[in-house]
Ligand binder design. Structure first.
Ligand SMILES: NC(=O)c1ccc[n+]([C@@H]2O[C@H](COP(=O)([O-])OP(=O)(O)OC[C@H]3O[C@@H](n4cnc5c(N)ncnc54)[C@H](O)[C@@H]3O)[C@@H](O)[C@H]2O)c1
Length: 250
């Protein structure tokens, strides 16, 4: 989808961090953007902010309806809503509390699946556009922890690993209807979520990077996301965006 002008786009987690940068970049490229987030942030030019809990089906449907009324059915969906939730599988107090583990899975994995499938079903009813007859594209957010999970990240790793694994599978299912599915696996990015990471872990991750040895900026993520949306040959792929870092155990 090379020309994004006038295209309806949804960004979950669009009130902060990676989602906000992506929503801004899409709006600058001419897309009609709805940001779906638990927090309706401060007003942003060109972005329709909609309150939505991705972990709640009815809330997702209501937000998709509201976005559709304002902008038409979305051809672009970027899933950035997520929570960190650090916990050991077996800690000092014993095995992990399943309700805590489940919460991370519910928001990160089931929230992504809920928005992806509900939006894809609507996308599939749209007219094909462009030389390839594409109907739409979905970009989900995994994490490099999907590949090298660190101690204390079990629930997060499980949620992100599943998002990574589903990328090729969902791309295969949606292909016949002209919908591409992609994912980005970011390293450490400078967002409110990363503020929870202890400084020594930040130092270890940035100093282990190949190059450049710094935090990723949300704009770096947004740039890649827009390139992926625009390039019709990219499908079923998870792209690491991490300056080449491989995570240590802790
Ligand atoms: N920042 C990093 O270093 C990093 C690294 C790898 C992956 N990620 C992933 O990138 C995505 C974006 O993270 P970020 O760093 O921008 O974090 P962030 O905390 O700045 O933004 C996340 C947004 O998601 C929203 N959100 C949380 N739960 C929600 C729910 N149930 N329904 C709707 N919205 C909800 C929050 O309100 C927030 O605005 C997340 O999926 C995260 O796991 C981040």
């Amino acid at each position: 989808m090379r020309d994004l002008s006038g295209i309806s786009a949804l960004v979950t987690g669009g009130a902060s961090g990676l989602g906000l940068a992506t929503a801004r970049a899409l709006a600058e490229a001419g897309a009609r953007v709805a940001a779906l987030d638990l927090n309706v942030g401060t007003s942003e030019p060109g972005i329709l902010q909609l309150a939505c809990d991705v972990a709640d089906d009815a809330s997702v449907i209501a937000a998709l309806d509201a976005a559709e009324r304002a902008h038409g059915s979305a051809r672009i969906v970027v899933n950035c809503a997520g929570i960190a939730g650090s916990m050991r599988l077996v800690g000092r107090d014993g095995p992990v509390e399943m309700a805590r583990f489940e919460r991370v899975i519910r928001v990160n994995l089931l929230g992504t699946v809920s928005v992806m499938t509900k939006a894809a079903a609507r996308m599939m009813t749209l007219d094909p556009i462009g030389p390839d007859g594409e109907r739409g594209v979905i970009v989900n957010t995994a994490s490099i922890t999907a590949y090298e999970g660190q101690i204390g990240q079990g629930a997060y790793v499980a949620s992100k690993g599943a998002i990574a694994a589903m990328t090729i599978q969902a791309a295969r299912e949606f292909a016949a209807r002209g919908v591409r599915v992609l994912a980005i696996a970011p390293g450490l990015f400078h967002t409110p979520m990363a503020a929870e990471v202890p400084p020594e872990v930040v130092d270890a991750i940035t100093s282990d990077a190949i190059f450049p040895r710094r935090f990723g900026e949300p704009e770096d993520f947004a740039d890649l996301c827009l390139s992926m949306i625009r390039n019709p040959m990219l499908n079923g792929e998870v792209i690491r965006l991490d300056a080449g870092v491989r995570l240590r155990a802790r």
